[in-house]
Ligand binder design. Structure first.
Ligand SMILES: [Cu+2]
Length: 163
């Protein structure tokens, strides 16, 4: 009689523990997927380039890019070891021949629209920028020089065997 009651209590405890562990494992699963993102949200406007994360793991990365400005903008992904604001210029725009290596580009697109670009990126330093130049009242306006650039890093969180 007594034994049966004790046994019942143990059953209840294990049942509750099961619920707790189920909750834990679901939680850590979420953490894991957050730590290995393959998608970056990029926002373009006058005059900035913003990203929702500045570092991602190497591999296939999709740049979901939104033009939230009032003019057309483009997105250039440049591999370079130079700081984002110190790229070599030519005619008010980044000199794509000497500033680094262009790995991908979304051609100029309209305000309030979105484009995406997927690239396979190796570890390294990158700059995301808009390289449009317009002439207004005889004055040249380079979107890069007005601030449309941001540094971006691709790196492994720790050394792992090559895939
Ligand atoms: Cu622009």
């Amino acid at each position: 009689m007594q034994f049966e009651r004790v046994f019942f209590h143990f059953g209840a405890v294990f049942f509750l523990l099961g619920i707790v562990f189920a909750g834990c494992s679901r939680g850590s699963g979420n953490l894991k997927s957050d730590a290995s993102p393959s998608e970056v949200q990029v926002t373009l406007r006058e005059w900035s380039v913003a990203v929702d994360r500045g570092t991602v793991r190497p591999g296939r990365i999709t740049f979901q890019t939104a033009n939230r400005g009032t003019e057309d903008h483009e997105l250039v992904i440049l591999r370079t070891d130079l700081p984002a604001d110190a790229l070599s210029l030519r005619d008010d725009r980044v000199d794509e021949a000497t500033a680094g290596r262009i790995l991908g580009e979304i051609e100029p697109f309209a305000p309030a629209t979105e484009k995406e670009l997927t690239l396979d990126l190796e570890p390294g330093s990158y700059v995301l920028l808009c390289n449009i130049v317009e002439t207004e009242n005889g004055q040249k306006e380079g979107h890069y020089t007005m601030g449309m650039r941001i540094a971006f890093k691709v790196e492994s969180s720790r050394s792992r065997p090559s895939e």
